[in-house]
Write a protein that binds this ligand. Structure first.
Ligand SMILES: Cc1cc2nc3c(=O)[nH]c(=O)nc-3n(C[C@H](O)[C@H](O)[C@H](O)COP(=O)(O)OP(=O)(O)OC[C@H]3O[C@@H](n4cnc5c(N)ncnc54)[C@H](O)[C@@H]3O)c2cc1C
Length: 95
């Protein structure tokens, strides 16, 4: 997930993960700066590891008090499957 200075690496911890259906997961990540400033319809850029591609995901919900963002992600290809298989407390490297 990236916002602001592209040189800085930010780590966004996965706070919770819920399986909605066979291939659809609801994932909540810690991202206080974005949670406090995002608007309806915004999306974020997620990288599942330092070398992976940058993939956009819609912000389904933001909780500014808790400092978290929620995404609803369908397992489709490499990046989305890797992301959906990550465990709670994993930190996503972003830059
Ligand atoms: C602005 C924006 C917001 C997005 N928000 C979300 C979101 O909230 N949740 C979400 O799950 N995805 C969202 N996407 C899609 C997401 O960015 C990825 O494209 C998706 O997760 C697949 O990436 P991948 O690397 O796993 O698969 P890839 O390896 O890129 O794709 C594998 C194969 O699946 C095909 N494919 C890709 N996406 C789909 C699809 N949706 N249905 C059918 N076939 C597909 C590709 O054409 C390719 O053939 C959004 C995309 C954009 C541009």
């Amino acid at each position: 997930m990236r916002r602001g200075n592209p040189i800085n690496t930010i780590m966004n911890k996965i706070i919770s993960k819920e399986q909605f259906s066979e291939k659809v997961y609801c994932i909540e990540v810690e991202a206080p700066l974005i949670a406090s400033s995002c608007r309806a319809g915004n999306f974020i850029i997620v990288r599942v590891d330092k070398n992976s591609e940058r993939v956009p995901y819609t912000i389904a919900k933001a909780n500014p008090e808790k400092g978290t963002l929620t995404m609803v992600i369908q397992e489709v290809g490499l990046s989305s499957t890797k992301l959906c298989q990550m465990n709670v407390a994993t930190k996503l490297p972003t830059s």
